[in-house]
Write a protein that binds this ligand. Structure first.
Ligand SMILES: C[S@@+](CC[C@H](N)C(=O)[O-])C[C@H]1O[C@@H](n2cnc3c(N)ncnc32)[C@H](O)[C@@H]1O
Length: 378
């Protein structure tokens, strides 16, 4: 696995190697030694991420993991790839082809694509996350994909065009981007993406770069925050939330996920009476907007959309999976503009959604929207 980063004019250079992440408490079995003690938890079921040793050790507890999957949940430390069949149909990977997975995540889509392009095919898999990527790299290697079949690069996908000449000269036959976060990132409280557990308000896909969500929140003004809540989350209560959150931030600094969720609750309580579902949805939207800002997700997506035609060959296939309207609007506009200018010869006329069965089996597929494009033949 190699590392690089995009030449963003306003980005600080890569800092020293990424700090090791909080260790996973899965007891390792070392032959000859007594097994380590399991993590203890209060009550009958583990509630905290690090207590879920059965889910975190998938191979040893396959039956338990199967039960979790059947219940519609995603086992801790894993990610269920979304709309796999639809993506395979759109990308139509063939033996010997070269592809790009811009968002490797857990490697779920990558594994399917890698199998479809054998023999002699090669996939370039990239991801910005220095914590999950080494695990995915190791997992895919042990699933039988050596260096000549799978190139793994830790970088932001905005840097993709710079990688192509050296890694995939001539470009790719297909490209996939499955945007947003993986379940491993969402479910790990130490990353600060979830409001279900109180933890430092971080939200960076790469915690070694840029500002945390707490630092971002301390700097943004009311107008900027209101605009962000509209642009990145279509937030109907953007104005009062921005004013209430900035006031809360000024009286007592918001540095944890719990404090932010509580501050949103207090603002809503002043606006009127909301049921718990509405409150939770509002908190989720505020977290989404902050995460998008902290990771500069719209700018990097715009850069990717602009550079895709340079990265795929003539007649190359492109599939992009989005999870909210701000992303989908960008993909739709870029594809339409590409069709109008002749860069693309065909694009999806409608979004493709997960089947009712998949939505039932994996609720995280509910907001997913798939769009595709095919580069023109010259
Ligand atoms: C939804 S997950 C992908 C899951 C993957 N398709 C799978 O089957 O396991 C999205 C991944 O994209 C990564 N990501 C998001 N934005 C990125 C960016 N701008 N550059 C590189 N990786 C990014 C995240 O770190 C996360 O691992």
């Amino acid at each position: 696995m190699t590392e690089s980063d995009p030449p963003f004019p306003d980005e600080a250079p890569e800092s020293s190697p990424v700090e090791p992440h909080a260790p996973m408490s899965v007891p390792e079995q070392d032959p000859g030694k007594r097994p380590a003690r399991r993590v203890r938890y209060a009550g009958t079921h583990p509630r905290k991420f690090h207590e879920k040793y059965k889910e975190l050790a998938r191979d040893r507890y396959a039956a338990d993991v199967e039960k979790i999957l059947k219940s519609g949940k995603t086992p801790a430390g894993t990610h269920r790839p979304i709309m796999v069949n639809e993506i395979l149909q759109v990308l139509a990977p063939q033996a010997g082809e070269r592809g790009i997975d811009c968002t490797l995540g857990y490697g779920g889509h990558a594994q399917k694509l890698l199998r479809a392009i054998q023999p002699d095919g090669c996939l370039l898999g990239i991801d910005a996350d220095p914590i999950e990527l080494p695990k995915t790299d190791a997992r895919l290697r042990s699933a039988g994909f050596p260096a000549e079949t799978l190139i793994v690069q830790r970088t932001n996908f905005a840097a993709l065009p710079g990688l192509i000449p050296a890694l995939l000269p001539g470009g790719a036959d297909f490209l996939l981007a499955d945007l947003g976060l993986s379940s491993m990132q969402i479910d790990d409280p130490a990353r600060g993406f979830t409001f279900k557990v109180d933890a430092p308000l971080d939200m960076r896909m790469n915690p070694a770069r840029g500002s945390s969500a707490a630092e971002f929140l301390a700097k943004i003004d009311q107008r900027g925050l209101a605009q962000l809540l509209v642009d990145a989350a279509d937030e109907p209560w953007a104005e009062p939330l921005a004013s209430g959150l900035i006031a809360a931030q000024e009286s007592s600094v918001i540095v944890t996920t719990g404090q932010l969720a509580e501050a949103v609750r207090k603002v809503l309580a002043k606006i009127g009476s909301f049921d718990e579902e509405d409150v939770t949805s509002t908190i989720r939207r505020v977290f989404q907007a902050l995460r998008i800002a902290v990771n500069d997700e719209f700018s990097t997506l715009d850069i990717l959309l602009k550079s895709i035609p340079q990265c795929v060959k003539p007649s190359g296939r492109i599939a992009i999976l989005t999870f909210h309207s701000g992303e989908d609007r960008r993909v739709k506009k870029a594809f339409q503009a590409g069709l109008a200018s002749g860069v693309y010869r065909e694009i999806s006329s409608e979004v493709i959604r997960a089947t009712p069965q998949e939505r039932h089996d994996n609720p995280r597929s509910i907001p997913a929207k798939l769009r595709w494009a095919i580069r023109s033949s010259s």
